[in-house]
Design a protein around this ligand. Sequence first.
Ligand SMILES: Cc1cc2nc3c(=O)[nH]c(=O)nc-3n(C[C@H](O)[C@H](O)[C@H](O)COP(=O)(O)OP(=O)(O)OC[C@H]3O[C@@H](n4cnc5c(N)ncnc54)[C@H](O)[C@@H]3O)c2cc1C
Length: 472
Amino acid sequence: MAFPYKKMTEADFERIREITAPERVTVGADIPEDYFHDEMPEYGVFPPELYVEVLNKEEISAIMAYAYGENIPVTCRGAGTGLAGGATCKYGGIMLSVMRMNRIDPIDFKNQTITAQPGALLQDVQAAAAAGGLFYPPDPGEKTASIGGNVSTNAGGMKAVRYGLTRDFVRCVEAVLPDGSIMEFSSNVVKNTTGYDVKDLVIGSEGTLCILTSVTLKLLPRPNFSATLVMPFPSVEECADMVPKILALPYVPTAIEFLEQELLEIVERTMEKSLPVKDGEALLIVMYDAATRDELDQSVHMAAREALRSGALDCYVADTAERAAAVWAVRGSILEAMKLDSVSQEECDVVVPRSQIAAYVKQAKGIAQKHGLRVEPCGHCGDGNIHTELLRGPEQSDEEWHTATRAALTELYALAKSLGGQMSGEHGTGNGRLDYLKDFVGERMISLYKAIKLAFDDKLILNPGKVIEFNN
Ligand SMILES: Cc1cc2nc3c(=O)[nH]c(=O)nc-3n(C[C@H](O)[C@H](O)[C@H](O)COP(=O)(O)OP(=O)(O)OC[C@H]3O[C@@H](n4cnc5c(N)ncnc54)[C@H](O)[C@@H]3O)c2cc1C
């Protein structure tokens, strides 16, 4: 085992400069504080001892081989937009940024795939696919995340209802193991039952098993038509109950998002963005993609009719790209708005079966209120992934906030489990959810996680203390 890790010396710094280049290496107090945390500083602020920007897999391999020999921990950093406290140096050591490795190869039209280096931004991969007349469907809210980060967290997002998760679009992965070996997991084939499916294990492993150096992604034909509907309901229950009804219609929706009126007011107040319909206690934003105008009209008509039949107060159809963009801009502003409206936030990312959404939302609010917390459940309710944001008020002391969030999270995770759900739907475990993992998955599962980690990383040098903790 690797504890305690080596404290890096000037000789170590010099070796990393030799492998890379002095101008791409920063050490000690010169490392910007932005790299001490991701989007959730609440999940830990940890200074790296050295920060390095790499240009290719050979540099990564040489750094890992050196770190392996010297027992130095290494954490891979993408764009740092994670919401689990994943891309941080919990035990010091090296922060290795792949953001300069951002090449996107031309589309392989015969295989309908695109290959990108890990530092390419999601928005650039989506744009490159669109420029070739094709479509990369995964659509997590943060478009400036890196594609390597998306694969490493198996990012979900709005369009998972129709298209699935990032995992569903990964054909093959090239990666560097903790000892410096360069590996390919799968190849550009549609199916593969050769041995264990290591590619799928690596996807979503949050930088704890290997460092991704290239990903090949499946593309789809681009849908030619799309429309967005906004359906306000008098109550949260009626709103949540609409979700299974939409899913039972013959056309598969692309996205179904849930927002409460209170949250819309926060977005309006802090971001000056609003929706064209404002009635009711909660609303759904529903999107359809279609290959033909006729198919789109049919799907919109059926959904609107079903909504009005089920008690919707209105059904606004954003049938132009501009109107739809204005609706989605409100949805996209939620995280920022909540940050502006609170001292700090706690991210609860549970996922429950779609049939349990209403039960979860109702009980979750009760739990948070019991512990004196403001709560805003919202998000991807088409796949049961309700983000239950706990917001800290100015009057709460550190101790009150920590005690209350801990108690509330313990109950929220127990509630999700009792409803047949899971602790995290898309943001991952990282450092932030680690304390709750053992209770959720049980001892036997933890021992499996440990065995998997050790099979890749016998010295525990890659992103240690994330997803699975050995140091306790
Ligand atoms: C406003 C906002 C909206 C968001 N919406 C969504 C959403 O809808 N759905 C969703 O799933 N997430 C969402 N996120 C979370 C975040 O954008 C995703 O988790 C994203 O995939 C992280 O990518 P990143 O490049 O920022 O990774 P980072 O934060 O840098 O890293 C995340 C994890 O991946 C590892 N990692 C990064 N790159 C590599 C690599 N090349 N090899 C190995 N490991 C690596 C890191 O070590 C870390 O554990 C949102 C975040 C914000 C701020």
